[in-house]
Design a protein around this ligand. Structure first.
Ligand SMILES: [Zn+2]
Length: 64
């Protein structure tokens, strides 16, 4: 069952939201700290490319 990472914009509280199997994802998440209904799914972390994972070439530490 999916677990969402949620963040409350009001108090910056980060918490997990669980969606039970067979139920719909709630339209509103309630912050477990301050009770705000504005908590939202956090965007997944953008993948930060490690320099050594890049294709070899210009700027590459081992080719440069
Ligand atoms: Zn909150």
């Amino acid at each position: 069952m999916p677990v969402y990472s949620l963040q409350c914009p009001d108090c910056q509280h980060i918490f997990k939201g669980l969606v039970l199997e067979g139920t719909q994802e709630p339209k509103e998440w309630v912050c477990s700290k301050c009770g705000s209904y504005k908590a939202q799914n956090m965007k997944p972390d953008e993948h930060v490319e490690h320099p050594l994972e890049k294709a070899h070439g210009s700027g590459c530490p081992c080719c440069g």
